[in-house]
Design a binder for this molecule. Sequence first.
Ligand code: B1M
Length: 211
Amino acid sequence: MSILSDISTCVIEGNIDDIKGLTQQALDEGHEAKEVLDQGLMPGMDHVGVEFKAGNMFVPEVLRSAKAMGSSMEILKPILVASGVKMVGTVVLGTVKGDLHDIGKNLVGMMLEGAGFEVIDLGKDVAPDAIVDAVKEHEPDIVGLSALLTTTMRAMDSTIKALEEAGLRDQVKVMVGGAPVTQSFADQIGADGYSSNAAAAAEMATKFVTT
Ligand code: B1M
């Protein structure tokens, strides 16, 4: 097996202990950082996404895989940034105002990073104005909003309205998710997309920037 497939396996198995050493070894052996990302980390994360969607992997395992990927990215990211490799796109992500649940949002962020996006994670309890400011500052392709409470879902609506009022709505796709959110709610508030899980969110984001 090549070192790049060993790195894929580390992502799939959530092997946080070995992945950093293997990443450094791959670079030392002459592999480009982009090669490690495209042929090591990404295929691993794609596999995780498929297995998670199929119900063969569960949240704790996916989080561990995402952590393994993050450990490798700590080494690769500065090299990728310095060499000007473009990320697939940028996502401003946050859990909406009044809502402190961030486990699902973090998982979505990790899957997005796994799919090659730069993720500007604003955290939880994020007010519509803070999203507007972040869109002005970072000019993302996508805004991702998460909500876990029926009482905070409405803040997704307010956030979309704030983007409209700031004249920014046409510049970004807005995707929403979280346990109480549904496709019909997403349609009702004028979001561009809804996904029920992190793997589907990453797939949708990729479609947004490639079609
Ligand atoms: Co809270 N909580 N909680 N809680 N909590 C729920 C959500 C609840 C369903 C529990 C229950 O009553 N059965 C209930 C909500 C009821 C409702 O509104 N219908 C609830 C409540 C009531 C509350 C409090 C009000 C409790 C209280 O204080 N009285 C309070 C509210 C605080 C606040 O937010 N203002 C509260 C607090 C908390 C903790 C802080 C203790 C903790 C959060 C810790 C944290 O996130 N750092 C917590 C937790 C852990 C939960 C449960 C147990 C688990 C949520 C979770 O992390 N799931 C939850 C019950 C449950 O779901 N079993 C519950 C795992 C996570 C991976 O799934 O977040 O759904 P999820 O994300 C999924 C998808 O939804 C999707 O992808 C993810 C991965 O597949 N997804 C997206 C999520 N965001 C997306 C965005 C996308 C696309 C997909 O695009 C951008």
